[in-house]
Design a protein around this ligand. Structure first.
Ligand code: M6R
Length: 611
């Protein structure tokens, strides 16, 4: 959460910082601000409640020329979103300007001490405490980098920071612990940002800072070291995506673009991995753990939000194909409940961003207990990807819409590959493997068929967008899809929605059903289809309105339900990859009819880098 950018170079700095912020706005969007050191080394700053566009309007009059600046787009943790609490934050003399992503957990104790020493504060934020703490040390040691290191030693919690100061006006100091920071190494220009999307326009050469590392950028170059002042050898990596991938490309919203990209992204998740003729899978990222994973006693999958929903599908897949017991747990719970782990356990961490704080912290927990950690991650080089022992990238490309769509189906695709891989290492026959591999290969075209019917889903959304509540039901492989459909609807339309295993409805939620309750039932033709039909009957008997997702040709259901949305046939275990797509579209069109800010829904941020 929160986006940080810092720049040293010859380009016009204010527009550059604003563009960088816009590219990271999905990380947080309740206020924004920037600071520039002008040609006479004076600090010029501006901060605004609202979107980056509001900051842009406010900075029209900020006619500064400078070569060094930092900027921030905020997702509030401490303090209401307003101009004062917006970043950057300053020391009391306004000589140091700091942007921060993360939470300083012991800020209130430090603040009390600083107040007792005579320092004062303008905002309610934890970040300002760090700025003033740096000032306190600077007053003593008169060395900015040293002061930053001393201050960072005093704080608990997480941070990705960038700061500039008129005391030493030719540098940006950046540091991280638990919040991502990337350095961009350009042609006589250097950047720091919390996200590669803010850097890609300027350079593809990047360094991923590790926890407890810092960087000092100057017009002549950069150095990296640990916060404890030890040398580090940083490797330069190449970003693997292009600018056009983070632009809307003619779509009204990123979310819609990303939904329509799924034909391609599912294909990309399988590329070079699926061995159809052998009914097997090649997963280069698991080479180092191949023999151990074959004998895994148990697999635990942990994740948050949409990634958690994909983990639930993973549980069904791996247990069915590989007969390895699987447990799924929210990362936020896993990390705090002292889980019992064995050395022959594998823990899989699923994350689109690779930066989710709870998931990242869960890795440390699992490692301490000796388990092998695997990542299923989208963002290459992200913290989770680097912290795990081995892993599989989903290769969905940048996902900008806050509501995750293409990353979800790519996660499901990779989990299907993993289940097939594990199954073939254990007892799954070649014939069964070939059958699954062929069906996997056919999925992208089937996804396209569903997307071709988007206008029908828009029409259904038109009928229900004013409903106050929705219920989503599914069973077996499609129970997690009911959860995901409900999550998509609530996060972008703000309509209350609940997902349930269809048979659980009669144990409580059935009380909610009346003629005003739309019930979305995921009902593909599989071995429990008849049971789901009984659940639909129960809804209809109470006058609920049913929207069913079922297979082409299953016209019987039309007589029972109010609307049918059709998907092509596939194996039951692969249906989630198809059934979720109409639910993504239903959420999208509903939110659009309600005029919601679809790509940046209220109160949310794309990557949740705080607890
Ligand atoms: O980046 P991650 O996959 O770790 O993110 C986890 C959740 O924060 C994320 O899936 C969130 O629930 C999405 N907004 C859902 O659309």
């Amino acid at each position: 959460m929160c986006g940080i950018i810092g720049y040293i170079g010859k380009k016009e700095i204010v527009p550059l910082l604003l563009t960088g912020l816009k590219r990271m706005e999905y990380r947080g969007y309740d206020s924004a601000g920037l600071s520039i050191l002008d040609s006479s080394s004076e600090l010029k700053s501006i901060k605004k409640k609202g979107r980056v566009n509001d900051l842009e309007l406010a900075s029209m009059d900020l006619n500064v020329k400078g070569i060094i600046g930092i900027a921030h787009t905020r997702w509030a943790t401490h303090g209401y979103p307003n101009d004062i609490n917006a970043h950057p934050h300053f020391d009391t003399k306004m000589n140091i300007s700091l942007v921060h992503n993360g939470i300083i957990e012991n800020y209130s104790i430090i603040k009390q001490k600083l107040i007792q020493e005579g320092y004062s504060f303008r905002s309610d934020t934890d970040t300002e405490v760090l700025a003033v703490l740096i000032e306190r040390f600077y007053d003593k040691v008169k060395d900015l980098e040293y002061a930053v290191r001393l201050a960072l030693n005093e704080v608990n919690g997480t941070f990705g920071i960038a700061l500039i100061s008129k005391y030493e006006p030719n540098k940006i100091i950046a540091a991280r612990r638990g919040s991502p920071l990337i350095l961009g190494i350009g042609d006589n220009e250097y950047l720091v940002a919390s996200d590669a999307s803010a850097i890609i326009e300027h350079t593809k050469n990047v360094i991923y800072l590790n926890d407890d590392e810092m960087a000092i950028l100057s017009p002549d170059g950069f150095i990296t070291k640990t916060i404890a002042n030890k040398k580090v050898k940083s490797e330069i990596h190449q970003l693997e995506f292009d600018l056009e991938q983070i632009e809307k490309g003619g779509f009204e919203h990123f979310m819609l673009k990303e939904i329509f990209e799924q034909t391609q992204t599912i294909r990309d998740a399988m590329r070079g991995r699926l061995l159809v003729d052998e009914g097997n899978v090649k997963l280069g990222g698991l080479r180092s753990v191949r023999d151990r994973i074959r004998n895994a006693r148990r697999i635990i999958i942990t994740a948050c939000g949409t990634s958690y929903n994909s983990a639930l599908v993973g549980e069904y897949l791996i247990e069915q194909l590989a007969h390895i017991p699987v447990e799924v747990e929210y990362a936020s719970e896993f990390r705090y409940r002292s889980p019992i782990l064995f050395e022959d356990d594998f823990v899989i961490f699923i994350s689109q961003s690779g930066e989710t704080a709870d998931t990242y912290a869960a890795i440390q927990e699992a490692k301490q207990r000796g388990a092998t950690c695997l990542g299923i991650v989208n963002v290459v080089g992200s913290s989770i990807a680097r912290a795990t022992d081995a892993g599989i990238y989903i290769h969905a490309g940048p996902e900008i819409g806050v509501a995750s769509t293409k990353a979800f189906t790519s996660q499901l695709t990779v989990l299907s590959l993993l289940a097939l891989y594990l199954g073939r290492m254990r007892n799954l026959s070649t014939i069964d493997g070939i059958k699954i591999a062929k069906e996997l290969e056919a999925l992208p075209d089937k996804v396209q068929m569903i997307l071709n019917g988007a206008s029908e889903i828009e029409r259904i959304a038109n009928e229900y967008y004013q409903s106050r509540n929705f219920l989503y039901l599914g069973r077996g492989y499609n129970f997690p899809i009911a959860l995901e459909g409900a999550l998509k609807l609530k996060e972008i339309s703000y309509i209350h929605a609940e997902g349930y295993p269809a048979a659980e409805m009669k144990h409580g939620p059935i009380a909610l059903i009346d003629k005003n309750m739309p019930v979305v039932v995921v009902a593909p033709k599989d071995e429990i289809y008849e049971k789901v039909v009984s659940n639909i009957e129960e809804v209809k008997a109470r006058e609920g309105r049913v929207i069913a997702i079922t297979n082409y040709g299953n016209t019987d259901l039309e007589k029972l339900v109010d609307h049918c949305i059709y998907i092509p046939d596939t194996l039951p275990l692969l249906t989630p990859i198809l059934t979720v797509i109409p639910l993504q579209l239903l959420a999208y069109y509903t939110a659009r009819l309600l005029g919601r800010d679809i790509d940046k829904p209220r109160n949310l941020a794309k990557s949740v880098t705080v607890e």
